[in-house]
Design a protein around this ligand. Structure first.
Ligand SMILES: *Cc1c(COP(=O)(O)O)cnc(C)c1O
Length: 420
């Protein structure tokens, strides 16, 4: 089962002990449902796996930025990896500690950099010479001495979907190793920036722990050379990217094994290690709950038309991603090959294709599994569809952590133009 903390009890699909039918009554459909317990356990698994090292776990906010989830992770003691000013705003609203925030991303604006400097975040992961110069100027203006890492591009093939691979020379991310070395050796000129860290992030949905090991090796070589030149490198950041199981049987790499690799590679090296996991903390901890509107049997095709669509979950359309589809109430109905599709006016609007599943009838509830990461955050109002509600289950209690949007939300900030 690719989900965590979701299971059948007497043929009813439940989150912990709570039937998803009960959640559908409370929250309506479509709704994202998250297991708070699973999210906490995944975070703690990382913390345990790195217990042998001085470490910081910066949850990658872009995977799921709901305040409900951020606040739960802040309570666990997590730091946060952000990629925009808006994400920093969310982290602060959720009670996150700014000194435990790292700011990544290739295109930070001066407005965003200034806001992050004012909030005294923990570290900037800079990705270009231009960004360094701008940050230096702003830091000098407002009298701050931020800690800075360069995000280097270690030129590693992460063997993942091309849209989410980021660690090759041809990608827009990071700075090449040779160029980075040149910048570090002139670090003194970057005062008041404290350039004392090296970061990288080679991609997402990575199953091969060896790719991380190789990236770390290249970063360690650079750090060693720089220390030799007297550049005081203290912090290393290996980014995020550990994959999760979307298809039953394609077992995720274990967080414990990943931690063992890191502890072995860094034993005695005297660096503080940061990691930025997103998907592997929240991905398997969420499902998208949707109701069947119609069953339409075409020529040799059966469609289950549901009330969730590509605007709610774009991963199938964008990456041809696979998500398991589970009936919330198991039945003895005959199995048929079914396309699960939404109401949006595009043929790309599908959640699953050609799945052998018990005949879906109008009114049935379905759970689209492993949608806790890159689900709601990528949703839109396309076709003027209000965005879904989000429910967080902790123990036996369910909280709606985001109300479903209403039509007024759709037009907020807009004006009507009428000819005079
Ligand atoms: C997206 C991203 C992450 C998180 O990646 P996951 O695959 O969700 O773990 C971490 N760091 C950076 C810089 C990112 O862009």
């Amino acid at each position: 089962m690719p989900t965590q903390k979701f299971h059948y009890i007497d043929d009813i699909f439940c989150c912990h002990e709570v039937p998803l039918e009960t959640i559908a009554e409370q929250a309506g459909t479509p709704s994202y449902v998250y297991s708070g317990d699973a999210i906490r356990e995944n975070y703690r698994a990382y913390d345990r796996a790195l217990a042998g090292l001085e470490h910081d776990i910066h949850y990658a906010v872009k995977a799921n930025s709901s305040l409900g989830i951020l606040s739960l992770l802040a309570e666990e003691g997590a730091g946060f990896d952000i990629v925009s000013g808006g994400e920093l705003y969310r982290v602060l609203k959720a009670g996150g500690d700014p000194s435990r925030v790292v700011f990544s991303g290739v295109g930070k604006t001066s407005e965003e950099l200034r806001y992050a400097l004012e909030q005294e975040i923990g570290r900037f992961n800079c990705e270009s010479d231009g960004e360094l110069r701008l940050l230096r100027e702003l830091a000098a203006q407002i009298g701050r001495k931020p800690e800075v890492s360069l995000r280097v591009n270690p030129d590693i093939d992460a063997e993942t979907h091309p849209y989410i691979a980021t660690g090759l020379r041809e990608h827009k991310f990071g700075i090449g190793l040779a160029e980075a070395e040149r910048i570090y050796r002139q670090a003194a000129e970057l005062h008041p920036l404290r350039l004392n860290g090296i970061g990288c992030h080679i991609g997402s949905q990575i199953f091969n722990i060896g790719a991380f090991a190789e990236a770390l090796q290249r970063v360690l070589e650079l750090a060693g050379r720089l220390r030799g030149f007297g550049v005081p490198i203290e912090a290393l950041d290996l980014g995020g990217g550990l994959g999760v199981e979307y298809e039953t049987g394609k077992q995720s790499p274990s967080i414990a094994d990943y931690g063992r690799m890191l502890c072995a590679a860094l034993a005695g090296a005297n660096f503080r290690l940061g990691i930025e996991p997103g998907r592997s903390i929240v991905g398997q901890a969420g499902v998208l709950l949707t109701r069947v509107l119609y069953r339409k049997a075409g020529e040799g095709k059966v469609f289950a038309i549901v009330d969730a669509a590509m605007n709610d979950l774009i991963r199938p359309a964008l990456y041809r991603a696979h998500h398991e589809v589970l009936p919330v109430r198991r039945s003895g109905r005959p199995v048929e090959l079914t396309d699960v599709v939404g109401p949006v006016c595009e043929s790309g609007d599908f959640l699953a294709k050609g799945r052998a599943m018990p005949r879906a009838e109008p009114g049935d509830l379905l759970a689209i599994a492993t949608t806790g990461a890159y689900g709601f955050v990528l949703s839109s109002n396309y076709n003027s569809r209000p965005r879904a509600a989000e429910a967080l289950v902790e123990g036996g209690s369910v909280r709606i952590v985001r109300r479903r949007e209403i039509w007024e939300d759709l037009i907020r900030g807009e004006v009507v133009c009428v000819q005079a």
